[in-house]
Design a binder for this molecule. Structure first.
Ligand code: 13P
Ligand code: SF4
Length: 304
């Protein structure tokens, strides 16, 4: 099928079946345009929970669809492919969490939403990059075991010196790959550009930033800024919304590899097939779902 025909069929199927389509800023622009809502991880998880539609097509990596299912177990949550998985979500395990739990009193296990449903079940509260600071700041526990993302954990620790952070070794390969020297080389060419950084980047990169925030935070900042040139230190799917909102501003990448291969597995063909067959569906074991829901609900309660 040609691209135009696929798009028309997707629109028809979506309307006929009353399906809510959600998309993360890292999926291809063409998919973002077909979605009812596009956003960062927190916003999408809130929309998935609050909207009345009973079938959701989640265009993002698997933990996103899983979180929607966990928060609304009565809804049918489908994804374009079960193959799109965030590698960081698997970078911690139950054994490690239990070991830290036995070594520390007065401990909260804080889990970045980029994690498996199992890991969420061993955690006290979930966070995303847009609400992590406020949630962790207000926790009564002194010791914070932050999983799985080492970089976001270290960033929070710089902002919350009264907490004692224990870090995990996990990272996002795409953000980890962004290096201070490469950014400085781009800055050398575009001297007036502001540097906008996602907190999944390393501290050496965060230190260069004019602004640090989630994907939607970066878009808001660039849109409101009086500056007209920016160096983007995150996944480049974000460019679609940045350009749509700011057609006369300039956005520079740092390296060509600022692409999340898993997010790019969400293709038009996969979206069409999912809408047509209502598969693959996110199905979790009930005991995992019931354990994981507590940390996600706590995030929505504290993040309000
Ligand atoms: P946010 O959209 O919440 O900033 O998350 C980035 C991300 O890596 C999602 O996979
Ligand atoms: Fe995971 Fe990084 Fe891809 Fe986000 S960009 S889904 S954190 S691998």
């Amino acid at each position: 099928m040609f691209k135009g025909e696929l798009i028309e069929r997707i629109k028809i199927l979506k309307e006929e079946k009353g399906i809510l389509i959600l998309a993360h800023y890292y999926v291809d622009g063409i998919i973002q345009e077909l979605a009812d809502f596009v956003g960062d991880s927190y916003y999408l998880s809130k929309i998935a929970k609050d909207r009345k539609e009973n079938i959701i097509l989640f265009c993002g990596v698997s933990f996103m669809g899983e979180s929607a299912k966990i928060l609304s177990p009565h809804k049918k949550v489908i994804v374009p492919t079960l193959d799109a998985k965030c590698p960081m979500a698997f970078m911690v395990n139950e054994e490690k969490v239990n070991e830290i739990k036995t070594n520390y009193d007065d401990l909260a296990v804080v889990c970045y939403i980029n994690s498996t449903a199992e890991i969420k079940g061993f955690s006290d509260v979930c966070v995303t990059s847009s609400n992590a600071y406020n949630i962790v700041k207000n926790l009564k526990e002194k010791n914070i075991y932050f999983i799985p993302d080492n970089n976001l954990g270290r960033y929070l620790a710089t902002k919350l010196p009264n907490k004692n952070f224990i870090f995990n070794e996990g990272y996002c390969p795409i953000h980890q790959n962004l290096k201070k020297d490469d950014i400085l080389k781009v800055k050398e060419v575009h001297k007036n550009a502001e540097i906008l950084v996602h907190p999944e980047c390393k501290l050496e990169v965060l230190e260069l930033a004019s602004f640090i925030g989630s994907t939607s935070g970066i878009i808001d900042y660039a849109t409101k800024s009086e500056g007209d040139e920016f160096i983007i230190c995150t996944e480049m799917g974000i460019l679609h919304e940045l350009i749509t909102k700011n057609p006369f501003k300039k956005f520079h990448s740092v390296i060509p590899e600022q692409i999340c291969p898993d997010m790019k597995k969400i293709t038009l063909e996969a979206v069409y097939n999912a809408l047509n067959t209502l598969t693959p569906e996110i199905l979790l074991e009930k005991h995992i779902e019931m354990k994981a829901v507590k940390s996600l609900e706590k995030m929505h309660e504290l993040g309000r």
